[in-house]
Design a protein around this ligand. Structure first.
Ligand SMILES: [Zn+2]
Length: 240
C-alpha cells in the first residue's frame, strides 16, 4: 500500500504563534504543585502538505484585543502569519484548517484563511455556539465568524495520511490529528495533553467538559502508539 506514497502526507512542520501565560491548574487537574503557578504556554500550529492540500492544524491565539493580550500575557517574536511568510506562504494558500477544538487559543487566526475549508467535530461546532457557563470564556465568537466550517462525526482520513481522531473531554468535540509521513507518524494531541506530563502521568487537563472522557482520551494516546507498528511516533503536545 505504501509503495507509491499515495496514502501518506508529503511533509509537516511545526509553526509558531508565540506564548501566553496560564495557571498550571488549568493544564493539570488536581495536582497541587501546578495550582497558582504561571506556566508559559507555547502556541504551535502544525503545517502539513498532503495530496493537493495545504493544511494548518490550529491557528494560534491570533491578535487579541490589547486588554486580553495583557491578561493572558501574550508574547510574540513571530506570529503564525510571519511564520507562514518565512515559508513563502500567504493565508490564501491554505486550503484546509483543522481545529483540534474551538477554544480561543486554537482559533486565533481562523478567519484569515479565506480559501480554506475548516474542519472540526460537529459536536464542537454546536457546543461553541452555546457553551456552558464554565466554558463560555474559552470560546471567542469573533474567532469563529467567517470560517467555512465542515462538521465531522468521528474518525476520518481528511487528506492522504492525515487522520482526525475524536479525543473528547477537554471540550465535547475535541479531536487529535495523526499525520503519517514517509519515516514517522506525528500525533498532534491538542489539549488532551497540553504538556507531555499529562500523557506521561495520565494527569487530565485542568479545563474540563467531562473528566472521564478526558482520561479515556489520554489512554487512547497510548493505544495510538501501537498503530502504524513499522513507524516511530512523535507526539506534539499543544502547549509544551
Ligand atoms: Zn482548549
Amino acid at each position: 500500500m505504501m509503495e507509491d506514497n499515495e496514502g501518506i502526507a508529503k511533509m509537516a512542520r511545526l509553526l509558531q504563534d508565540g506564548t501566553f501565560q496560564i495557571d498550571g491548574g488549568m493544564l493539570v487537574y488536581g495536582v497541587p504543585k501546578f495550582y497558582g503557578k504561571l506556566i508559559k504556554a507555547k502556541l504551535q500550529p502544525l503545517y502539513i502538505e498532503s495530496g493537493d492540500e495545504r493544511i494548518l492544524v490550529d491557528t494560534g491565539i491570533g491578535d487579541l484585543p490589547e486588554k486580553f493580550e495583557k491578561i493572558h500575557g501574550v508574547e510574540k517574536k513571530l506570529s503564525l502569519l510571519d511564520s507562514l511568510k518565512e515559508m513563502d506562504l500567504s493565508p490564501e494558500d491554505i486550503t484546509m484548517v483543522i481545529n483540534t477544538h474551538l477554544h480561543f487559543d486554537h482559533t486565533g487566526y481562523n478567519r484569515e484563511f479565506t480559501n480554506a475549508v475548516t474542519l472540526a467535530q460537529e459536536a464542537e461546532i454546536r457546543y461553541s455556539a452555546y457553551p456552558d457557563r464554565f466554558q463560555a470564556g474559552a470560546y471567542l465568537q469573533k474567532n469563529l465568524e467567517g470560517s467555512k466550517f465542515r462538521g465531522l462525526v468521528g474518525e476520518k482520513e481528511v487528506a492522504p495520511g492525515v487522520t482526525v481522531l475524536p479525543t473528547p473531554g477537554h471540550s465535547p468535540g475535541h479531536q487529535s490529528i495523526a499525520v503519517e509521513l514517509e519515516d514517522e507518524v506525528i500525533i498532534y494531541t491538542g489539549d488532551v495533553s497540553p504538556l507531555s506530563i499529562n500523557h506521561e502521568k495520565k494527569w487530565i487537563v485542568g479545563i474540563l467538559y467531562d473528566p472521564v472522557d478526558a482520561l479515556c482520551s489520554l489512554e487512547f494516546l497510548d493505544e495510538l502508539s501501537t498503530w502504524w507498528p513499522e513507524k516511530p511516533k512523535r507526539f506534539i503536545y499543544s502547549h509544551e
